[in-house]
Design a protein around this ligand. Structure first.
Ligand code: DNO
Length: 357
């Protein structure tokens, strides 16, 4: 396991590389060219500049999150091959700079969804929270505005304002896409890009749908152990992998996260580790990473990663907003740094216990 932190780039993030460098046990970042739009080719110059900037701070780029997928590919419109060719070119350019892991998602229209980005807790912190009843009551076209108002002025990951301006058009585009069609389009895409991934040893790590059920009637296909296994088996390649996001999969209490990790041995390319607190059916708050603060057993989760021999990048996922910090919601420095130390501590204990019998 290689502990990292997500970093959105100097222009976009409230957290600096210098700060990340000072978190014990964090040697790299997961980053992206945050200003690019899905479908664009990432230029070798821009990628090189990003890698050099990170390396100049004493850190390394341990992966990209995300290279987002154009809707034409998800919907399977006739122009998809052109966008796939662009994606392949981006992978070539990333591969040439030594990038070995790319996180992506295949969620229609919206990436992760929340009903509140700053829900106050008893401890005075705020967290991201989800209430299905509240989300389903919002007009999807208003969803972006609802979230943007509470984004502290930052661009939210996966919620590109340019795409969100076209929400109505996007819903129209997806109207004939059901789960099977979406799955077929994902397999089509993966089959086309695998040769390039294999050439450079890039693991494509699909991010689960968040939350792990359909929202606004849009299909969702990466929600459970069954469909994750179906996906890795549909395109057998060491480069067809998964981002094991404990919070996204964990949004459904039916998902046994340690069991899912164990069943995906050898297919996990990236790990997002966070805790959530169930507060009702289709309702949860994000929590501090500590097991006791939420509903997930973080020790059992880390033990499962350890037992499957997970060696890829891991990052603490969303944190609470604490100590007065203002940042991209979920992505402040303080609580994620606490999370990284806690997860590193669990790992050290598991490792030493296992070696000392
Ligand atoms: C939210 C993130 C997601 C994730 C994408 C991966 O905080 O976990 O936006 O990066 O779904 O493509």
């Amino acid at each position: 396991m290689d502990m990292t932190l997500r970093w959105f780039g100097k222009q976009y993030d409230s957290v600096t590389l210098e700060q990340i460098r000072q978190i014990p046990g964090v040697s790299g970042v997961i980053t992206t060219l945050y200003g690019t739009q899905p479908g664009e080719v990432w230029s070798p110059e821009d990628i090189r500049a990003l890698v050099e900037e990170v390396e100049a701070s004493g850190l390394a780029v341990k992966g990209i999150e995300s290279v987002n997928i154009h809707d034409a590919i998800k919907v399977g419109t006739p122009d998809r091959d052109g966008y796939i060719a662009n994606y392949i070119q981006t992978l070539e350019n990333l591969g040439q700079q030594g990038i070995k892991m790319v996180c992506y998602n295949f969620m229609p229209v919206f990436d992760w969804t929340r009903s509140d980005l700053a829900k106050p807790r008893e401890d005075g912190s705020t967290v991201l929270s989800y209430d299905n009843a509240l989300v389903e009551a919002i007009d999807p076209e208003k969803m972006f505005e609802a979230l943007d108002e509470k984004s502290n002025g930052y661009v939210l990951p996966g919620w590109e304002p340019e795409r969100m301006a076209r929400v109505k058009e996007l819903f129209e585009l997806y109207k004939d896409v059901d789960e099977e069609k979406l799955f077929e389009n994902l397999v089509y895409f993966l089959e086309k890009i695998m040769p390039t991934c294999e050439k450079y040893g890039i693991t494509m790590a699909i991010h689960p749908d968040d939350p792990a059920w359909p929202v606004f009637g849009l299909p969702r296909i990466v929600t459970s152990q069954t469909n994750l296994l179906r996906l890795v088996n549909a395109v057998p390649s060491s480069c067809n992998g998964v981002t094991l996001c404990t919070g996204s999969l964990g949004s459904s209490p039916a998902n046994d996260i340690p069991a899912i990790i164990r069943s995906l041995k050898g297919h996990i390319g990236f790990a997002h580790v966070r805790n959530i607190k169930y507060i009702g059916d289709g309702k949860f708050d994000e929590a501090a990473h500590l097991s006791a603060d939420g509903s997930l057993d973080m020790y059992a989760i880390m033990k499962a990663f350890y037992d499957v021999g997970f060696e890829g990048p891991m990052r603490p996922d969303h944190g609470r907003a604490i100590w007065g910090e203002v940042s991209i919601p979920g992505y402040g420095l303080y609580d994620r740094a606490l999370g990284a130390c806690y997860l590193n501590g669990l790992w050290e204990a598991i490792d030493k216990a296992s070696k000392n019998g």
